[in-house]
Structure formats: structure tokens, C-alpha cells
Design a binder for this molecule. Structure first.
Ligand code: PLP
Length: 401
């Protein structure tokens, strides 16, 4: 099958623009005329050092990252950060408050879907502090057991002085996304964000990173994302981290905190300019190319417009199907993701829908095995025209059942 006949709506790793892959193929063979491929260069070479800087400045510029925050690159994916966040931030808390008991070191988790739930479980498993569930989206769901909404802020219970507050901006499996700045609401205790010596807001942006601007980014102590949804191949994890989080974890361990593996300690990554150990060089290269191409098109303002149109068209088409009783959008209005659109087939069968989709070249539309149904992922490489083709197919399907 030719690549041009396929639309890959996969949840990740996701499709990448052909133009970037063509360019990357050249660099794999011969990077910038060095006669050596990008993955064969030394990661300590001046060429590779310059590439890391290029990627960093693309992110800094396009996301408007303030000078209070560093940009770091590492491996281990989103799941690696489930662990690293706990270890580093409890170490920091230990340095600030050495005499507290572990029961008084509280980690606040906002649970709005499968990924934040997984992060919560890792926090419980690693220990060193007590976990508080700020809110659990299942409690305000239509059926009492699914993640289908961002709970209203009057249901949130944030601890008085937590070591950190954690949330997942876009829940890839469930299709639940924050529609606005979670910290803008009055119910969110502002002293907790704006006073770095107290607490830290941490967000998993794995599946929405670089899909639209984050105007409230500076309210976060840490934002992290795996590259494999919107900007590159898997293997690369990006951290945007406020500098007061770069603490000496060995000093914290002497005071009783859990020791932090070197490859996970934020200060180690920072002290070594993200080159403590060999980084995922090819992923860094492709991510740099993707973001440079994006800049040429108009950066995140451009993407925000396109991604809004893509999601708007698909949800409008699904709403029509809902009125006709043929499909059901899973997530409540106001919490629907732009990136992962989840729905169920009520008229006709899911099998028929997927077979018709397959014939038209649409791939990876099956929902995550844990929740079933259909999931359409609309990451940056998916074009409006491709979504229009999917919408046409949905209309045909509505007529056929
Ligand atoms: N967080 C979110 C929101 C995700 O979508 C994923 C993966 O899909 C992860 C974390 C886990 O990422 P990784 O597979 O890179 O560990």
C-alpha cells in the first residue's frame, strides 16, 4: 500500500509530515554535509550540540517559555515522568521541610482519565509521601464509572500545602481535555502556584504538546510531554521546568528522601545540558525539523486555528449522527478533546464502520482496548482535508444504516 493512500488516525506514535520525513531521511545518511548520518555523530559533537539548541529555542520561542523555566530533553516517555515527578518533587519538598513526616508530605492528583490514574498509582507505589485524590472524574460521569468530563472546580479538594499538584491536560485514551486554564478558576488556590517555595503545579501534556499555545504556561512548575504524538518519533521526552525544581536530590536523600536515579534527576539533566547520557538523537533531529516547518507556517497560532477547525468539523458531524441515533460522543460537552475524539457506534455495528473505514484507507480508528468504541486522533500531521474525508465517510455511514 502506498503511504499516500492512508490516513493514519493513530493515537501515537502518530503520523509525521512527509516533507519532514524526506528531509530526515537525507540527514540519516549525511547530516549537513558532514558525511556522517545524524544517528552516527557523537552526541558531544558541535553539530549535535547545535541541534539540541535549535530544538530548545524553537520550543522556547513558539511556546513563549519564560526565562524562569529551563527546557530539558530526556528519555523514558510519559511513564518515566510518572516516576521522576514523584522522586524529584518529594526530594525538593524534603529539602524545604526536612522534619515533616511522610504522612504530611502530600501529593495532590487530579484524576480525569486513564493516564492521570496511572500516574497516581505510581505515586502510591513509590511512596515517600501521602497521595490525595483532588477529584476523580468518574464520580461526575454519566454512568458513574467512565472518564467523560473535567469535574467542576467546586468538587476539587486541594490540600492546604501539597508538595505538588498533578494533572493531565489531555487524556489520550478517554478523549477528555481541559478547555481552559485550570488555574484561572477562583477555586484554585493561587498562592499555591505563585509562591515557588510552597508548591508546584505539574502537568502531563504528552498528547497535546505543541498543538496550540499555552498562555498560562508560566503558572506551571513543570510541563512534560513525550514527542510521539505531535512532534516526532518516540524516545524523546520534553520537560519545561521551573529552575527551583532543579534540586540536589543526593542532599535530600541524606535527609531521608528516596534516592533518585541519575538519569531521572532533573538537576543532573540540567547540569549536563540534557546530555548526561546519549540522548535519542534521531527523535531530537526530527522534532527540530517538525518545529521549524511549523514556524514557517505560522507557529502555534496557525495550528490552533487548524486544529480547532479539524475538531469542530468532526464533532459537528458526530452531533448530527447523535441526533439521528447512530453514534454517541463519549465525552460531555466542555471537556471534549481536540486531539482524541471518542465515540460509540449505536446504529449498524462497529465492525461495519471499521471495515468501511479500512477500505477508504483510514487506519487505527479502534478505541483503546480498555474502553472500546472508536477513537479518532487528530494530531498536527492530520490535515483538515483528511478530516473532511472522514466526515464524508461518516455521512455515508449514517445513510447506510
Ligand atoms: N501520558 C499521556 C497523556 C499519554 O497519552 C501517554 C501515552 O500515550 C503517556 C502518558 C505514556 O507515555 P509513554 O508511552 O511515552 O510512556
Amino acid at each position: 500500500t502506498d503511504r499516500s493512500q492512508i490516513v493514519n488516525f493513530g493515537p501515537g506514535p502518530s503520523a509525521l509530515p512527509d516533507a519532514v520525513l524526506d528531509e530526515a531521511a537525507k540527514g540519516l545518511l549525511n547530516y549537513q554535509g558532514t558525511g556522517i548520518g545524524i544517528t552516527e555523530l557523537s552526541h558531544r559533537s558541535k553539530e549535535f550540540g547545535a541541534l539540541v539548541k535549535r530544538l530548545e529555542s524553537s520550543i522556547r520561542e513558539q511556546l513563549n517559555v519564560p526565562s524562569s523555566h529551563s527546557i530539558l530533553f530526556t528519555q523514558g516517555g510519559g511513564s518515566g515522568q510518572f516516576s521522576a515527578v514523584v522522586l524529584n518533587l518529594l526530594a525538593r519538598h524534603r529539602l524545604l521541610y526536612p522534619d515533616l513526616s511522610n504522612d504530611d508530605r502530600v501529593m495532590d492528583y487530579v484524576v480525569t482519565g486513564s493516564w492521570s490514574k496511572k500516574a497516581l498509582e505510581e505515586a502510591k507505589r513509590l511512596g515517600g509521601g501521602r497521595v490525595n485524590v483532588v477529584v476523580d472524574g468518574r464520580q461526575s460521569s454519566k454512568d458513574g464509572k467512565s472518564f467523560d468530563n473535567i469535574p467542576s472546580y467546586d468538587r476539587w479538594s486541594i490540600s492546604p500545602n501539597p508538595a505538588f499538584i498533578y494533572y493531565c491536560e489531555n487524556e489520550t485514551v478517554d478523549g477528555v481535555q481541559f478547555s481552559s486554564d485550570p488555574t484561572s478558576h477562583q477555586a484554585f488556590p493561587h498562592h499555591l502556584i505563585h509562591n515557588p517555595s510552597t508548591t508546584c503545579l505539574v502537568a502531563d501534556f504528552s498528547s497535546s504538546f505543541m498543538s496550540r499555545p499555552i498562555p498560562y504556561l508560566a503558572n506551571h512548575a513543570l510541563i512534560y510531554a513525550g514527542a510521539q504524538k505531535n512532534i516526532g518519533p518516540s524516545g524523546l521526552t520534553i520537560l519545561i521546568i521551573r529552575q527551583d525544581l532543579l534540586v540536589d536530590t543526593d542532599a535530600a536523600a541524606k535527609l531521608g528522601a528516596n534516592p533518585v536515579p541519575y538519569t531521572m534527576a532533573y538537576k543532573t539533566l540540567s547540569d549536563n545540558n540534557s546530555l548526561y547520557n546519549t540522548p535519542p538523537m534521531f527523535s531530537i533531529y526530527v522534532a527540530a525539523l517538525v518545529l521549524e516547518q511549523l514556524k514557517a507556517k505560522g507557529s502555534l497560532q496557525y495550528l490552533e486555528k487548524v486544529n480547532r477547525e479539524k475538531a469542530g468539523l468532526l464533532y459537528a458531524t458526530l452531533q448530527e449522527g447523535e441526533r439521528r441515533g447512530i453514534v454517541k460522543i463519549k465525552v460531555k460537552e466542555g471537556s471534549r478533546s481536540w486531539m482524541n475524539v471518542t465515540f460509540e457506534i449505536l446504529g449498524g455495528t462497529e465492525k461495519e464502520f471499521l471495515e468501511g473505514a479500512e477500505q477508504r484507507g483510514f487506519r487505527q480508528l479502534k478505541g483503546h482496548r480498555s474502553v472500546g468504541g472508536i477513537r479518532v486522533s487528530l494530531y498536527n500531521a492530520i490535515t483538515l482535508e483528511q478530516v473532511q474525508r472522514l466526515a464524508e465517510y461518516l455521512h455515508e455511514f449514517y445513510e447506510s444504516v
